[in-house]
Design a protein around this ligand. Sequence first.
Ligand code: ADP
Ligand code: MG
Ligand code: ZN
Length: 486
Amino acid sequence: MTNVNTYEPVIGLEVHAELLTRSKMFCACPVVDSTRAQPNTAVCPICAGMPGTLPVVNRQAVAYAIKVGLALGCRINPTSIFERKNYFYPDLPKGYQISQYQHPLAESGSLQILTCAGARRVRINRVHMEEDAGKLVHLQDDGGAAYSLVDLNRAGLPLLEIVTEPDLHSLEEMKAYAAELRAVLRVLGVNSGDMEKGVIRFEANISIRPAGSAVLGKRVEIKNLNSFRTMERAVAHEIERQTHLLQTGGIVEQETRSFDEATGETRVMRSKEDAHDYRYFPEPDLPPLVVGEDWVAEVRETLPELPSARIMRLVEQYGLDLPQAQQLAESYPVADFFEQTCSMTAMPGRTLANWITDSYFAWMNERGRLFAEGRTTPQMLAGLMDAVRTGRVNRATAQSVLFRMLDSGVDAEELIRSQGLEQVSDHDEIVAVIRAVIGEHTTEYERYRVGKVELAHWFFGQVMKRTGGKANPAMVRELLQQELEK
Ligand code: ADP
Ligand code: MG
Ligand code: ZN
């Protein structure tokens, strides 16, 4: 008998990512935010698919594609070929999409992902270049009749298709891959990662096979998945559907399905097309794309450290724990700020990281500001860290100094001096305050003496308050204990 546990899902992802170039893939039209711009305001005869026009390849788009290929460890093919992929859709005025098929720009790479099970590499089959299609806008007239309009602002935008091998075996791995790829694209500066604007879109291919089998089952492709959440729901449903089919003696048809957000189910769009249905042939209006070794070397020079490598380095070099490192590397400017500050202070990396992810981030929340809007330089934060480390200010005071520093851009040292915020560590001064407080609160003192020991915390609070929060808390605690026991 079979049961659920005897099947294993096999998932391959095709990711479409728009490239952040200034102009489109084959014409000079500007790339506009298609969720905001007035429809059809960035269109010319080329991207509108008029006969007799000629495409010209966007050099920046190719450079970005090479960058992604290199970051994913791919071989960059010296010659790749643009081909016509023929199909009809109202948002595709030419009746074909210029894409790459048999000879893509980049092949055979991998991307490291991190899951509970540890690190592993997902193989990348290819990275190829193509152009985006326009968009259909679905509307209703006054009588409630549905109609659709075409917006071609998006038509001809440079698009990268990044295809994995069927290497992902759980929802967790799929999510880790998608998130890591998004992070890489952002760090490379080729894509904004703004998923709600549709700049990254997924297609998931799913099959099921008996666990341990090396043979691939029939796959189903789910189109048009525009968020991590949607992709996860769709794939979870599809794994369940196929498993159930196999368990009840059915067979999985190779087909293309779409996901219905409302019902949470996938349904058939069409039986799976094969490559020959598109009648690919080399684009006669474009020469083969030749990428010389020099160009590849030049792009390689511009590659930044990739997110997974940076996270590992932050852990090793600064002794951070993994979640801390992930939190910092989420945004490179934050991680850069951390590393620069760390080089200027003897404060341990872990503590400094906490100051950034707790206090600096708290300031951002409270003030509703971005990280970059904080007026503190790494040098200024390092100064504050040294003041904490050497006991010139206590933690609580330092927290408020940090907020003032972020607001004003005034140096920590100056804030501490001008506002008299130095920590009070003078023995006699602290004892005098403690005695005064005890003297004024004889009732509480008596209750403490007859066994209400929790009142020690209350006395501590009173003493701190009287010193404007500036007393050295450890000394207060110790001296208070002595005085109360006298
Ligand atoms: P197409 O271009 O027709 O969609 P590809 O051969 O490019 O087909 O494959 C698309 C994706 O499907 C790839 O990510 C690949 O890893 C994945 N894939 C191929 N076979 C299977 C399978 N049996 N199960 C799951 N995924 C698969
Ligand atoms: Mg496909
Ligand atoms: Zn155009």
